[in-house]
Design a protein around this ligand. Structure first.
Ligand SMILES: C[S@@+](CC[C@H](N)C(=O)[O-])C[C@H]1O[C@@H](n2cnc3c(N)ncnc32)[C@H](O)[C@@H]1O
Length: 298
C-alpha cells in the first residue's frame, strides 16, 4: 500500500475522517432508531431529568425531536461538532446543546508521526508509539462540567480508537502476521484503557448521573450470515438465550472491553444491571450488527 506516500500525512488523516460518514444511515436505521429512542424515552423518571448522549454524531440512531419532548435538557457529546450541528438542524431542535469532546485525544502531530513510521515500515517505532498511547487518557482528563441524570453511549465503544485502527489497516500488509497480532493486542489494551476511562468519567464526574444505557456491537454479520443473526435474535425473544458466548461468534472490539468493564463494576456493586436486550442494526446494506443493550443504574 504505497498510495499514502504520495498523499502526505495530513491528507491521509483528512481522507480517513471523511470516510467515517455513513451514507444513507438516517433512512436505513429507521427501525433501529425507533427502538433505541423508545427505550431511552422510558428511562426518564422525573420531569427534571436531563439526557446526555455520548457519541451522538448525526443522531441517525436517535430521534432528537422525540427525546426533546421527554427530557428537560439534552446535551450531545462527540468529537465531531459538525455532525452534531447537522443533527440539531435535521430534527429542528435548536435548544439541544452540543459539547465537542474527544474521549481519546490523539493530536494531529501524533497521527502524522504514526503515518510517517508506518510509511517507513518501522515496526518497532509504530509499536512503541502505540504502546505509549496508554497514557493518552491520563494526559487529557475529561471535563467535570457536564450534567445529566440519564447518560447514553450507543455504538461508541467500538469507535474510541477507530482512527488508529483504520490508519494501521491501511499499511498492515507490509507487516508480518506476528507483527500484526502484536499491534492488535496493543489496540485491544488501548481500547480497555479508553473504555475504562469513559466509564470512570460517566460514573464519577457527570453531575446528577443515575442511569447509564450502553449499546455495543456484539458481532457483525455479512451477507448470508444474516440468517444466523436472525436465529440468535429469535432465540433471545423466546427467552432461550441468556449467554451469547455459547454461539462462539467472532466479537467486535470495544464491545468485549465494555462488557468486561461493566461486569467488574456490577460485581463491585458500583453499578446495577436493570435491563439487557438485543437489537439488530442494519449498519450498511451488506452488513448488520447484533447490538447488545444494557441499562445500568447507580
Ligand atoms: C458509529 S457512530 C454512532 C452513531 C451515531 N450516534 C450517529 O447516529 O451518527 C460513533 C460516534 O462516536 C463518535 N466518536 C468515536 N470516537 C470518539 C472519540 N474518541 N471521542 C468522541 N467521539 C467519538 C464519532 O464521531 C461518531 O459520531
Amino acid at each position: 500500500m504505497n498510495e499514502g506516500k504520495f498523499l502526505g500525512e495530513t491528507k491521509i488523516l483528512e481522507r480517513l475522517i471523511a470516510s467515517e460518514t455513513i451514507e444513507d444511515s438516517y433512512e436505513r436505521w429507521t427501525d433501529y432508531r425507533y427502538q433505541l429512542t423508545s427505550l431511552i424515552e422510558g428511562l426518564k423518571e422525573k420531569t427534571t431529568d436531563r439526557l446526555v448522549l455520548l457519541g451522538a454524531g448525526r443522531c441517525s440512531d436517535l430521534d432528537l425531536k422525540r427525546l426533546s419532548k421527554v427530557y428537560q435538557e439534552i446535551i450531545l457529546v462527540d468529537r465531531d461538532l459538525e455532525a452534531m450541528e447537522e443533527a440539531i438542524k435535521r430534527y429542528e431542535t435548536p435548544m439541544v446543546k452540543t459539547y465537542p469532546l474527544d474521549f481519546f485525544k490523539v493530536t494531529t502531530k501524533e497521527y502524522d508521526e504514526l503515518i510517517k513510521n508506518l510509511q517507513e515500515k518501522n515496526f518497532s517505532l509504530v509499536k512503541e508509539q502505540l504502546s505509549n498511547m496508554k497514557d493518552v487518557p491520563k494526559n487529557n482528563p475529561l471535563p467535570e462540567d457536564i450534567e445529566g441524570e440519564v447518560v447514553v453511549a450507543v455504538g461508541l465503544h467500538s469507535q474510541l480508537i477507530s482512527r488508529l485502527v483504520a490508519l494501521f489497516s491501511l499499511y498492515q500488509k507490509q507487516f508480518s502476521y506476528e507483527e500484526r497480532q502484536e499491534i492488535q493486542n496493543i489496540f485491544s489494551e488501548l481500547t480497555t484503557v479508553a473504555v475504562s476511562e469513559l466509564h470512570n468519567w460517566v460514573t464519577n464526574q457527570i453531575g446528577g448521573f443515575r442511569t447509564f444505557l450502553i449499546g455495543y456491537e456484539y458481532a457483525a454479520f455479512v451477507g448470508e450470515q444474516r440468517a444466523f443473526m436472525d436465529k440468535i435474535l429469535e432465540d433471545y425473544l423466546q427467552g432461550v438465550v441468556h449467554d451469547l458466548s455459547r454461539y462462539g461468534i467472532f466479537r467486535v472490539q470495544g464491545g468485549v472491553q465494555a462488557e468486561e468493564d461493566i461486569r467488574k463494576r456490577v460485581e463491585k456493586k458500583q453499578l446495577f444491571l436493570r435491563q439487557w436486550g438485543m437489537f439488530s442494526w442494519e449498519f450498511l446494506k451488506e452488513k448488520q450488527y447484533l447490538v447488545t443493550i444494557m441499562v445500568l443504574s447507580t
